[in-house]
Design a protein around this ligand. Structure first.
Ligand SMILES: O=C(CO)[C@H](O)[C@H](O)COP(=O)(O)O
Length: 233
């Protein structure tokens, strides 16, 4: 599909977001990510005039969705999501993602895991041959110094907080094996969540490069269908 004149990064983000808005159907429960790629998704979704129940992953997204006239609910209110659409900081083969540049990765992972379809939208600069640090972390404030000491390679991101008040830090150590690093971080007391998103979470990647949209479907294992058929609210 062609989008004439979308050569800036902003144009590519808008093109990817508008394409993804076209994947949403009437009656769906929709997870909304956070960031500059998701920002144009919100008016594009609202313009379609569908009956949707949306779950926002941050205050900023909630405010924008409300202003655009989208109906908001909580994740517990909707239970499951038919689709979630979000950006990423890096997209590596797998696809493995790094997310959390916008501090919302813990909520974003919960929303992605609740969705039958998780669509990652990006401009052409996000795909990378392999993931490189930093990996965003959300840490518990209690015992923070002890957690940082144990992690060794984590630095605080100023006074940044997650949407739920967690302390934001960045893992700056090596990422030799994302799955192994994810397991290590998940085993560390004090780490609420990390920004590594495993291939099992991702069903679709939509990348805009100049005027072209590349939409790749991913399955949990080769030949298998999506993890759950999208339904209606
Ligand atoms: O993970 C995120 C927020 O926590 C964002 O999706 C990620 O940082 C990409 O942001 P942008 O679309 O602004 O480049």
């Amino acid at each position: 599909m062609l989008y004439p004149g979308t050569v800036t990064l902003e144009g590519e983000k808008r093109a990817a977001a508008e394409y993804a808005a076209g994947l949403v159907e009437d009656g769906m429960r929709v997870g909304l990510g956070t960031g500059t790629t998701v920002a144009p998704l919100i008016p594009a979704l609202a313009a379609r005039g569908l009956r949707l129940r949306c779950v926002a992953t941050s205050e900023a997204t909630a405010r924008a969705a409300e202003a655009a006239g989208l109906t908001l609910d909580t994740l517990d209110g909707v239970g499951e999501l038919d689709i979630a659409i979000d950006g990423a900081d890096q997209i590596a083969p797998g696809p493995w993602l790094i997310k959390g540049g916008g501090r919302a990765h813990t909520r974003e992972k919960l929303v992605a895991a609740a969705a039958a379809r998780f669509v990652v939208i990006a401009s052409h600069d996000k795909p990378v041959p392999r993931l490189t640090p930093p990996v965003p972390l959300e840490l518990l404030a209690f015992g923070l110094e002890a957690t940082l000491r144990r992690l060794e390679h984590a630095v605080l991101r100023g006074g940044a907080k997650s949407p739920d008040g967690g302390v934001i830090a960045d893992w700056t150590g090596p990422i030799d094996d994302p799955a192994q690093l994810a397991r290590r971080l998940e085993g560390e007391p004090g780490v609420v969540d990390h920004g590594l998103f495993a291939p099992t979470l991702v069903t679709d990647v939509v990348v805009a490069t100049g005027e072209a949209i590349d939409h790749t479907r991913h399955w949990i294992s080769p030949g298998s269908p999506p993890r759950r058929a999208p339904g209606r609210a």
